[in-house]
Design a protein around this ligand. Sequence first.
Ligand code: LLP
Length: 444
Amino acid sequence: MTITALSAIPTDARELSIWPASMTPLPHGGLAVGGVPLTEIADRFDTPAYVLDEGEVRGRCRTYREAFPDAAVLYAAKAFLSRAMVRWVREEGLGLDVCSAGELELAVTSGFPPERIVLHGNAKSPRDLEAALRLGVGRIVIDSPSEIARIAAAVGPDGRQKVMVRVVPGVSAGGHDKIRTGTDDQKFGLSLTDGGAQHAVTRILGQPQLELTGLHCHIGSQITDVKPYLVALRRMVGLMARIRDAHGVVLPELDMGGGHGIAYRPGEPALDLTALARRLRAELIEGCAAARLTVPRLLIEPGRAVVGPAGVALYRVLAVKHTGEKVFVAVDGGMSDNPRPALYGVRYAPRLIGRTSAAETRTTTVVGRHCEAGDVLAADVHLPGDIRPGDLLAVPVSGAYQLSMASGYNLVGRPAVVAVHEGTARLLVRRETLQDYRSRDIGV
Ligand code: LLP
């Protein structure tokens, strides 16, 4: 048991660092984000609710564009997608990385220019490819040999589609085994080491319907160190030089994927974007000079680092239980809106909001309301000892891969998404209701 501050309000810079920049402490234990008190959002929109700070998302898009002025920055839609998100990203001048017909259609029908979209996927369905060609997607990233003939045939004799090849550069990086994608022991991409990537390139170059614009790699996610990117880049440039030597083709684009790590708790490391930009650029220029290659245009695909820190999850406490040595605080959401602790062992830092507490803090496990013991949102966190039903908890850094991975487990319903900006809150995505489930469930 730890005895710390009386109030649960983060005040020092280290604690503030994981919240949106707009976060302001208010009297009586309140917190405002985007100029709107979080308690007001909970009252108005109910809980659980996901709050997205529009200014923070836009600011992060701008930070990327400033750090990578010569590169195309594509937001990875899988981290979180909604029509508003599509608009913000478009207005901030980013492109988009999608991996299904669903993400693609939502983006295009929300006004996103298709030529600024890249379609990924290790197993693209006929519907994915049909939508990509119909909507005129900018690039399709080929991930397996069988796609080459499939896409060429779907394009038809008179068409031409820009494509890239996803290469596995043999670099291991990422915050968890399940999100490491840079080595040959996982399902994505074509291998650099066994010649699969080179073979695919040769075949693509033989297809008049396909225009190979460049190579792609995505080595993993939640990476906090620049080095694996540099190693991967060096190998990708090496392959580009070999393609030039073998085929006389100089590829104009190199997509280094996303994976930029963020801090989920105060004091955790995050990837330094300025350092990444500077060192990638230097490595690219040096590597290309050594290989006498024209420097390709760089593309990057950040998802988590654009939207993760802009999101705050709000939950209402439903029950408090003391079991032996443990204190469990159960809230009105859980693994159906945030499966990440269960999947990747991610640790979050929830906060009591809406009142101050004079109680000593104690080690508490915040759990969800779902029917399994693994439904833990935050194990062994320090929260005031007098937390009780009705209290509000806010979880920062909740913008990425929570709602986009939300499920219908226990028919609890997926939470509402609320945007905050300059003192105003507005509903972006309404809460899922029983009526939604019933309208899909049409059999008897
Ligand atoms: N590009 C490609 C081809 C990707 O597969 C991904 C993520 C990204 C870009 C964006 O990566 P980011 O910058 O967001 O790390 N559900 C996991 C993360 C899975 C990432 C999948 N691919 C999580 O919650 O941590």
